[in-house]
Design a protein around this ligand. Structure first.
Ligand SMILES: [Ca+2]
Length: 99
């Protein structure tokens, strides 16, 4: 399994595959099609992920902290470029959870 996980990580980090994952996740998360992930959308996304991973739901404070962490240019919303960090973390975390 460890070997499989390693392979999977390598495969996913291939730019074409990872780029497609980012595009897809971003499109789904950007509910109002604004081209950015706003706080409300981040809240919905984080809770979907947490639900899937069976971890407690995010509080407003958690979402605020995530927004601050991801919003590197401080414009109050998450661009696709900024979003990549989160998608990578989620993807790697999901692989770690595989058994
Ligand atoms: Ca931003």
């Amino acid at each position: 399994m460890e070997e499989q996980k390693k392979e999977l990580r390598k495969k996913i980090l291939d730019e074409n595959i990872f780029g497609a994952i980012v595009d897809n996740t971003f499109r789904n998360a950007d509910i109002n099609n604004s081209g950015y992930i706003e706080k409300k959308e981040l809240y919905i996304l984080l809770n979907k992920i947490r639900q899937n991973l069976d971890i407690p739901l995010a509080r407003e404070e958690d979402v605020n902290n995530e927004l601050i962490r991801l919003d590197t240019n401080k414009d109050g919303k998450i661009s696709k470029e900024e979003f990549r960090v989160l998608v990578k973390e989620i993807t790697m975390f999901s692989i770690d959870q595989l058994e």
